[in-house]
Design a protein around this ligand. Structure first.
Ligand SMILES: Cc1cc2nc3c(=O)[nH]c(=O)nc-3n(C[C@H](O)[C@H](O)[C@H](O)COP(=O)(O)OP(=O)(O)OC[C@H]3O[C@@H](n4cnc5c(N)ncnc54)[C@H](O)[C@@H]3O)c2cc1C
Length: 354
């Protein structure tokens, strides 16, 4: 038997940040991942410290951002790739009232670091923004698909990644260790995203029951080409436009509650394109569409820890709509909880629903 400190199940952003944190701590592990589509590869890659619908700061934004940017920079160095860049996110204003609300918000203590106080006038003829734009500072863009691909290759070279679905029937769990195939591990962490609904150790009710705690929230993006758009930074209106390269953009995302399927839909495409047409006036060509399921919790907070104190079985889940910015600090909280017996913040503890 090969002995390791951890088995990780799932290699989306939760698995990625756990693996990097374990490497930094000198811990041994093996990752199991079925290489299926997950939320992370479908995601927009935007790290946004604010909620642009309401002009508020995202929950715990400053703590998450202080950790996330250096964490992903360090991981980029490990993988010898440029995977994170800072970016400005522009919000299109719809009225004078919105401009005023923005100015008031930008004066608030928790937001002044993120919201530029002045209104920017729109200089791009392909964008419809007669009331101007507000700028969010300190946002960032991660390349989630490239990150996963490069990190998978890194782990595979070191024989730390096993591709395939973990079979729960073949998993032996005792209070002393976890055994699976030729591996004996001191702990197992399930970082399976929305697929956790099929995990027999997961004890929270799943939609569509009335007492649901864990809900799927499907999101879709449309990919389009628009040489005349000439947009280099993220633009938020009724939907978000994210510049990729070579005049290619992602636009979305949609929200569809209680949907755990990963197929793209015509409905989401039409809804997104209708909103896109309100934001831009140039020609564009649709070239693709992606979908993923956000692992979302009813109180919109993550899920960390274990359900049974006698077993070394843990979860990192519930990353919701802002998983990329939260995951680095969440992985630290979870590993400190397991290794150093620290107390998890009660907002993220899986036991808060008991
Ligand atoms: C369309 C869309 C846009 C988004 N945009 C953003 C954004 O711009 N910024 C942001 O911060 N967040 C965004 N999010 C949210 C973010 O993507 C999620 O919070 C995050 O990716 C969840 O990561 P995860 O690792 O928990 O799950 P996932 O990324 O889904 O990863 C889970 C992995 O586990 C694997 N797995 C599951 N079960 C097993 C098993 N039994 N055996 C082996 N492997 C298994 C799956 O195949 C998958 O690879 C977006 C989400 C969507 C859907």
């Amino acid at each position: 038997m090969k002995k390791v400190d951890y088995i990780l199940v799932g290699f989306g952003i939760a698995g990625v940040t756990l693996a990097e944190s374990l490497l930094q701590r000198g811990k041994t592990f093996v990752v199991y991942d079925d290489a299926a589509k997950g939320a992370t590869t479908a995601s927009g890659g935007v790290l946004n410290p604010t909620v642009l619908k309401r002009f508020t700061a995202a929950w715990n934004a400053s703590e998450f951002f202080e950790t996330a940017i250096p964490f992903y920079s360090q991981l980029s160095d490990r993988l010898n790739a440029s995977l994170i860049n800072t970016t400005t996110i522009h919000r299109i204003f719809n009225s004078i009232e919105e401009q005023n609300n923005w100015m008031v918000a930008s004066d608030k203590k928790e937001l002044s670091q993120y919201l530029a106080s002045e209104i920017t006038s729109n200089q791009n003829p392909a964008i419809n923004a007669p009331f101007g734009l507000g700028a969010v500072k300190e946002g960032a863009m991660l390349q989630p698909k490239e990150l996963i691909e490069k990190f998978r290759a890194y782990l595979k070279d070191r024989e730390l990644l096993r591709i395939g679905q973990l079979d729960f029937n073949a998993l032996q769990v005792t209070s002393n260790d976890i055994r699976y195939q030729d591996i004996s591990a001191a702990n197992i962490i399930f970082s399976q995203g929305a697929s956790v609904v099929n995990n027999p150790f997961f004890k929270l009710s799943v939609s569509p029951k009335d007492d649901r705690v864990f809900v799927g929230n499907k999101g879709e993006y449309v990919l389009f080409k628009a040489p005349a758009l000439q947009l280099n930074e993220v633009l938020k209106g009724p939907v978000m436009i994210i510049p990729l390269d070579d005049h290619l953009y992602k636009v979305g995302a949609s929200y569809s509650r209680d949907d755990f399927s990963e197929e793209t839909t015509i409905r989401a495409k039409e809804e997104i394109l209708q909103k896109l047409k309100k934001m831009i006036s140039c020609n564009f060509e649709v070239v693709g569409q992606v979908a993923g399921v956000r692992p979302t919790v009813i109180d919109r907070k993550p899920l960390l820890g274990g359900f049974d104190d006698t077993l070394p079985v843990y979860f990192m889940n519930g990353l919701g709509t802002r998983g990329l910015s939260m995951a680095p600090l969440l992985s630290t909280w979870l590993l400190d909880f397991i290794e150093k017996k620290t107390v998890l913040p009660k907002e993220v503890d899986v036991k808060r629903f008991y």
